[in-house]
Each structure stands twice: as structure tokens, then as C-alpha cells.
Design a protein around this ligand. Sequence first.
Ligand code: CU
Length: 244
Amino acid sequence: MISIMCVDGPRLLKKRHGEHAVKEVAMAKFPWKTTLTASVLLAATGYAFAQMSSDGPMGMHGRMQQGGMMDRMHQQMMQRDGMGDHSMMHGAQVGVTGTPTMPGQDAFGTIQEIVQILQADPKTDWSKVNIEALRQHLIDMNEVTLHAATTQRDVDNGIEIKVTGEGRTLEAIKRMVPAHVNELREIGWNAKSDELPNGVILTVIASETQPLTKLKALGFMGIMVQGSHHQKHHLMMATGQFVH
Ligand SMILES: [Cu+2]
């Protein structure tokens, strides 16, 4: 956060008073461009840290902090220089610090994040770790998210969705959908699943908190993404504490 203050550079600092005076004098000794570059790097580092320290590297909290920080930097830069340093700003935003961050493939990135968390924790019990279990779950997720066929119809005050597939897709549907129905029930949804030869039928009944219009709009995948334990379950799968 201190770095944000420095972004202003000496020109604006003259107008300021009070508690920041000491820091401002110190900062004013340096050419402001240098200060700005250092600040952008600091902010980017702060962002990486914020990501790592929330619910996980891609935690919502981290991203929101990042948004707020970037917005402030953006405003300050625009106030000072108009469009002058806009490109620099966006350079920082896309991570042009010489270190690429994109994993290239989402399941690869998910596993990489979990392995990093486990390696960073000295208490990790490697005799229980099972990254292959997580990989199999991510294959299930891919099948259910991208390859399952769905047909949705209205029932009395609710919706019924037939989720079907073949082979690996069918296995994934039978593992994931009933397990997720249990999660939904735990968070107060009126949901159930019934077996079909080639899939499952997911039924969700509307309630005050989950009205029918919303259920219809959410459909199969909008319902599957409900709940807040999914990412935590990935860590538990990798450490042998959770089996789908
Ligand atoms: Cu998952």
C-alpha cells in the first residue's frame, strides 16, 4: 500500500501535508520515473502475494484487492499525466514483469497450485498425498462440464434435468452429480438425483431463496457451480481426505 503513495511522484507531493511529509521528502530525492517503475513492480508483487494469501492463488479476495489497487493506480496516473503512462499501467496489469504466470491449461494450473500449496506446507504428509486422485477428478469435471448432454424440463414448481453421456462421460456424471446434490442439500437447496441407465436425473424444487425463474436460468451448470467448497475439496482430494 505504501507503494501506491509513491506513485504520485514529487510534482503532486508538493501539495500534500501532514503525516506523509517525511516519506515524501525521502521519495522526492529520486527521479519520479524510477520511483514509478519501482512502485509498479511493488504493486505487481503485492498482487501476486494477495492472490497467494487469500482462499488460494485465484481467490476472489485476492482478485478484488487487485482490482481496487489497480483502479487507484490508474486514477492517480490519469490525474497526473493524462494518457502518458497508460501503456505502463497496462503493462503491469498483464504481468509484463519478465515472469509469465499463465499455466496454459486450466487443469494443469489447478494441479500446479495445489502442489505448490502442499510443498509450501512443512506439515504436508506426503504418505497421504495423491495428486492422481485430483487429476482423475479434473478429468471428471471436464467431462461433465463440456461433454455431458442435458435436457431440461419444468416440473411442479421446479426443474428436472436429464444429464446423460457415454463411457468416461457417463462415469463422471454418476460420480459428480449425486455428490453435488449432497452439497446442495447441505446449503439448503431442495435437490435430488435419480439414476438413469445412461446418466442421472437432477431435480431441483424452487424455494423463497431459489425462485423458479432463477433455477430455469441457471440450468445444469449454473446449479453445479453452487456452493463454496469446490476448491477446498480439490486440496482435500490431493491429500487423501476426500473421495468423490
Ligand atoms: Cu472439482
